[in-house]
Design a protein around this ligand. Structure first.
Ligand code: AMP
Ligand code: FE
Ligand code: FE
Ligand code: ZN
Length: 289
């Protein structure tokens, strides 16, 4: 175990040897590129295994799997869910579940419906403070994808109603801002149970972004199988810290780029934030042996 961990440690972020990126967004949520395009870019970035992890949506997976076959890229089933911990928005990543599981699909379409209702409420609140954004402008941004605040921020920019993407969150739609609206969320326990019953594994996404260490320990007790260790928001020290937590609680690790197709100024992350294939193997072993 110790040796394997050390080996993994040395491997993380190294460019040689087959690599995996287990955190990618497409047009099925707030990414700019289709699942096909993501696979093509993953190939160009020398990735062997990828997971498409759209917010509340598994609609892009089959297209990616098909395209992956032409490039010899394995596409692992994935999704990113939002859960609420004491009113805080926490993201979970799930892998290896059955993406045709009826109960999971029902929940995901309910989450997307609730996202749409929430976008309507946000647009109403914006109109109330004299920001003349139309729902259609938001829906144009979202296309087939799950509607989220990133689409609202982009629509505000497109319509010249905000200077920058970030400003849209600060002034209007971020937590605490005047047009902020919560979305429907499960509790961490409900979400991990939903994933478990669909045959998958749940991970805490990018804890370094905003999860305190106290929240981390609460979340671990909610049935998480692992923690996202490699992520653009984690420096080396954070990665080491989370790897220590993973070892201590016999958890798994995952990692990836959280690439949104250049939408969030993240064009340079593909192929940089990767994990070794051993990590994918560890997941399979936890599930299937
Ligand atoms: P939603 O799931 O619709 O609530 O949107 C959440 C997404 O909005 C996050 O995954 C981030 O990509 C983005 N986001 C949230 N807060 C901010 C912020 N303050 N600045 C920029 N992007 C943000
Ligand atoms: Fe996103
Ligand atoms: Fe996230
Ligand atoms: Zn993400």
């Amino acid at each position: 175990m110790g040796n394997k961990r050390n080996e993994l440690r040395e491997n993380t972020n190294r460019s040689d040897g087959p690599r995996a990126d287990l955190h990618l967004h497409t047009t099925y949520s707030d990414g700019a590129r289709t699942p096909k395009e993501i696979v093509q870019r993953a190939h160009a970035a020398n990735l062997s295994v990828i997971a498409i992890t759209d917010h509340d949506n598994v609609g892009g997976i089959d297209e990616a799997v098909e395209e992956g076959k032409s490039f010899g890229i394995e596409v692992v089933t994935g999704v990113e869910l939002s859960v609420a911990l004491n009113d805080k928005d926490i993201h979970l990543l799930a892998f290896f579940f059955d993406h045709n599981d009826k109960k999971l699909l029902d929940y995901l379409s309910f989450f997307r419906y609730e996202r749409l209702k929430r976008a309507e409420r946000i647009v109403q609140k914006l109109n109330d403070i004299n920001i003349p954004l139309k729902l259609d402008a938001v829906l144009d941004q979202a296309g087939v994808g799950s509607v989220g605040r990133p689409h609202i921020a982009s629509a505000l920019m497109e319509e010249g109603l905000t200077g920058t993407y970030h400003e849209a969150f600060l002034r209007y739609i971020g937590a605490g801002a005047p047009a902020y609206e919560r979305k429907y969320q499960l509790s961490p326990v409900e979400a991990t149970q939903l994933i478990t019953q669909a045959g998958g594994l749940s991970f805490l996404a990018h804890p370094g972004k905003y999860t305190t260490d106290l929240e981390l320990s609460t979340l671990i007790k909610s049935g998480l199988d692992g923690i996202e260790v490699v992520h653009p928001s984690h420096n080396e020290a954070r990665q080491e810290f989370y790897r220590g937590v993973v070892d201590q609680y016999f958890l798994l690790e995952c990692g990836g780029s959280d690439y949104h197709g250049g939408k969030k100024n993240d064009e340079n992350v593909l192929g940089v934030y990767t994990v070794s294939l051993d990590i994918v193997e560890d997941m399979r072993n936890r599930l299937f042996s």
